[in-house]
Write a protein that binds this ligand. Structure first.
Ligand code: FAD
Length: 373
């Protein structure tokens, strides 16, 4: 989010400074499965995902770097009782301009790989244009283009405090000294509350650990497969290069700075069992490690993208709840617009305002409080 915001700030004529305490990608972005889909339950997220998909698919022309985008097609599998909600989401997507259709499991079987099972699935949403990208490529693409346009990227710099005087931002303190600025965009992922709490601002955020299981599937039996969001199974999976399939699974409470980085054996076994129900080739897949990362979750599983009302010049982008990569280009632009013009004009972000939690005006999800938001 920081790199995207820096890039779009340069497009608005500003030469920003991006501060990162470690290296680019050391947070959630470097661990992302980077699945791109546009199926969402709220118009605001559909619009952000649709516009971001356009930018990532045309990254080379728009930003000047490859994004690693691979169009695999996306199948969202919904369980019994979720059929109407899925159809509503598909209709919403189509209104916004997303190429998508709702299918019966029997019709979905015609476009899925031979032998794919829709057991326990009541309805399917299909997006032929969706797939996945390379989160590091997108992050570094934004950062390089921002640098080329005059932004500075300073690594190894920990922001220790946001400085405020007379109700407005005047800069930040870092472990490498004090910096002056009339505008600060805070996009520190799970660590954001630490920077805002001293200012009396409480961000409703919880943190969970998500696991990515890496498998090798028998290529002769399953040469390729679409990207799949399996709501009844509670996981998502996508192909990677060669015979690799990556599975994103589980959300467990975690300590931000000491969470276990490797995949749990029982979770890998469960993931293999669930996938083998979808296609028998996965019964003979080999588990080859994986990694874990953190989700920064808000109460409605949607981000906060807003100016902090009490403090002039302070902008917040946090709480991406495990699905922020696919939103990052349009969110980065909105954050830049908020910082420079005081409002997001390309896509109005009012539904994602900070005050919605206090107002009780939370976004809803067709699939309950999950990453499928
Ligand atoms: C395992 C996993 C799988 C995922 N899969 C998907 C997916 O398939 N599709 C999708 O759309 N999304 C996915 N996501 C979510 C997505 O990756 C995140 O929502 C997104 O990358 C968040 O970006 P960010 O810039 O907000 O946070 P981050 O990438 O965490 O960046 C925050 C940065 O702030 C830095 N920082 C923190 N505190 C300070 C400080 N005080 N001073 C200086 N720097 C600081 C950190 O070092 C970090 O680099 C996944 C996430 C994980 C963890």
């Amino acid at each position: 989010m920081g790199a995207a915001a820096a890039y779009f700030l340069t497009r608005l004529g500003v030469k920003p400074l991006l501060l990162e305490r470690a290296t680019l990608g050391s947070g959630g972005t470097g661990r992302s499965l980077a699945i791109l889909r546009m199926h969402y339950s709220n118009e605001i997220t559909v619009r952000i995902a649709h516009e971001s998909h356009r930018i990532i698919a045309a990254f080379l022309e728009e930003v000047g770097a490859p994004s690693g985008f691979v169009r695999t097609g996306y199948l969202l599998l919904a369980g019994p009782g979720q059929e109407n909600a899925l159809r509503r989401n598909v209709a919403l997507g189509r209104r916004v301009g997303v190429k998508t259709e709702s299918l019966s499991p029997a019709d979905a079987a015609k476009i899925a790989p031979p032998g794919f099972s829709f057991d326990g699935v009541a309805a399917v949403a299909y997006e032929p244009e969706s797939g996945y990208a390379d989160s590091s490529a997108v992050l570094n693409g934004f950062a390089s283009a921002a640098r080329a346009a005059g932004a500075k990227v300073q690594l190894g710099t920990n922001v220790t405090a946001i400085r405020v005087a007379d109700g407005r931002v005047v800069g930040v303190d870092t472990d490498r000294g004090r910096l002056e600025s009339g505008a600060v965009i805070v996009v520190a992922g799970p660590w954001t509350p630490d920077l805002l709490a001293p200012l009396g601002i409480k961000v409703p955020l919880s943190v969970v650990r998500h696991q990515v299981v890496r498998l090798h599937r028998p290529l002769d039996r399953l040469p390729s497969h679409p990207t799949v969001g399996d709501v009844p199974g509670g996981l998502s999976f996508r192909p990677d290069s060669g015979d690799v399939t990556l599975v994103g699974v589980r959300e467990d409470p975690a300590e931000r700075d000491t969470f276990k980085q490797s995949v749990d054996t029982d979770v890998a076994e469960d993931a293999l069992t669930l996938l083998a129900k979808r296609h028998s080739a996965f019964a003979d897949a080999g588990w080859d490690g994986g990694w874990c990362g953190l989700f920064d979750i808000t109460p409605d599983w949607h981000p906060i993208i807003d100016r902090v009302p009490e403090i002039e010049g302070l902008v917040l982008g946090v709480g991406f709840s495990g699905h922020g990569f696919k939103l990052s280009p349009a969110v980065g632009r909105a954050l830049a617009e908020l910082a420079v013009h005081g409002r997001a004009s390309t896509i109005e972000m009012q539904p994602l305002r900070f005050a919605r939690f206090e107002e009780g005006d939370l976004l809803r999800s067709a699939y309950g409080g999950t990453v499928f938001a």
